[in-house]
Design a protein around this ligand. Sequence first.
Ligand SMILES: [Cu+2]
Length: 68
Amino acid sequence: MTTKTFHIPNISCGHCVKSIKNELQEVSGVLKVDGDPEKKVITVEYETPDTLKTICETLIDMNFPPDD
Ligand SMILES: [Cu+2]
C-alpha cells in the first residue's frame, strides 16, 4: 500500500475536492481519498503502480491534472 499526495492547481473549492473523491473512490485498488481545497491537494492511498496510473489518467480526464 502506498500513499501519495497530488498537488492539483485546478482545484478551486470544496466541490472540486468532492467530485475528485467520488471519481477516485470508484477506481479499483484505491483504498482512501482525502483532499484539501485550500492547499489544492488530494491524498490517495492505493495498492499498486497500476492503480497509480489509473488515478493519474482519471484526474487528467476530469481536467484536474496533477502538477507532479
Ligand atoms: Cu470547485
